[in-house]
Design a protein around this ligand. Structure first.
Ligand SMILES: NC(=O)c1ccc[n+]([C@@H]2O[C@H](COP(=O)([O-])OP(=O)(O)OC[C@H]3O[C@@H](n4cnc5c(N)ncnc54)[C@H](OP(=O)(O)O)[C@@H]3O)[C@@H](O)[C@H]2O)c1
Length: 289
């Protein structure tokens, strides 16, 4: 499935999209997007473009001049792109971060689909509706901010942010509006949903034990999500599942933020199953499952 985009061929009318970032070679965006284009038989293509930190404005000029349909944006460019586009959606403005640019009549529209992708993934994996829920988010970086903002927008009753650096926790918690607050580990006991938005567990090997939060703080009946997706099973997820706790990996957030970007670019419903199987095949090839 991942090869379909590559095999479909490039024509003189192929619509181009890209992911810009640094480093970007291991981004799954081309895998996800090319699988989606192939599934819909679209003459579109997504490539990964390495853009050095500080060069995103020049890259956007190029995107516009070259007639790209849009770009996905990853680290370290999300804030710089937010400052450079012609228009921002409300979520992108509040987060001061853009992960998806749509080119409309030569104007660059900056979106943020990360938080919406998280909510979509939660519904897909756990049938979980955040309205009225009590949530704990561990971490206060870019991923945490998107999740906190999305939980607040989706009607969560309480969004507690735990982070080792207090100032960043306050700034992230404010994104949930009136329901956001800074908290300590004691908040976990009353939560319906607990999210790891730190990189702890990323790249872990069997036998590694680093965890973002003591798994003994959670109880069956709670839902946990680890935003890490490499590996798909982190030590934290493994420990939670062995305690009978429903625990999901971060691939769904990645998948559904891309699905939203696909729809913004093409106007078509995203073929989520095809995108997921392409991403899983790519992760398996990298030894991440
Ligand atoms: N599934 C997805 O679609 C998706 C999307 C985006 C990111 N992610 C994943 O989410 C994770 C975070 O990404 P990000 O972009 O938000 O990173 P980031 O902006 O660098 O933020 C990282 C956060 O984690 C905290 N942190 C880092 N190392 C820690 C440690 N050893 N112990 C405790 N806290 C620690 C940091 O705390 P301080 O504030 O104290 O530094 C910060 O709040 C990464 O693993 C990334 O792969 C997944």
């Amino acid at each position: 499935m991942a090869d379909q985009g590559r095999l479909s061929g490039v024509t003189g009318t192929t619509r181009l999209t890209a992911v810009i970032g640094a480093p970007v070679a291991h981004s799954l965006s081309p895998v996800l997007m090319n699988a989606a284009f192939a599934e819909h038989g679209l003459d579109w293509m997504c490539v990964a473009l390495e853009v050095a930190d500080g060069d995103s404005v020049r890259a956007l000029d190029g995107i516009r001049a070259l007639g790209f349909a849009g770009v996905s944006v990853t680290m370290p460019h999300k804030a710089a792109v937010a400052a450079a586009v012609d228009e921002l959606t409300e979520a992108a403005r509040q987060l001061d971060a853009v992960n998806c640019v749509v080119v409309e009549g030569g104007r660059l529209i900056g979106h943020n689909t990360d938080g919406g992708g998280f909510i979509d993934g939660l519904a897909h994996d756990a049938g979980f509706d955040p309205a009225g829920c009590r949530a704990v988010v561990v971490g206060a970086g870019g991923a945490a901010r998107a999740v906190v903002h999305a939980l607040g927008a989706a009607g969560a009753a309480d969004v507690a942010v735990l982070n080792r650096t207090a100032g960043r926790a306050e700034s992230a918690a404010a994104l949930a509006g009136g329901v956001g607050r800074v908290a300590g580990p004691e908040a976990v006991a009353g939560a319906d949903l607990v999210v790891n938005a730190t990189p702890v567990g990323m790249g872990s090997e069997p036998g590694d034990e680093a965890m973002p939060l003591d798994p003994g703080l959670l109880n069956p009946g709670q839902v946990a999500v680890d935003l890490v997706y490499h590996p798909l099973t982190t030590p934290w997820l493994d420990a939670l599942r062995s305690h009978g706790i429903e625990a999901h990996h971060g691939l769904s957030m990645l998948l559904f933020q891309a699905a939203r970007a696909f729809t913004l670019w093409t106007g078509e419903e995203a073929p989520v199953a095809a995108m997921e199987s392409a991403a899983r095949a790519a992760l398996t090839a990298r030894g991440a499952d």
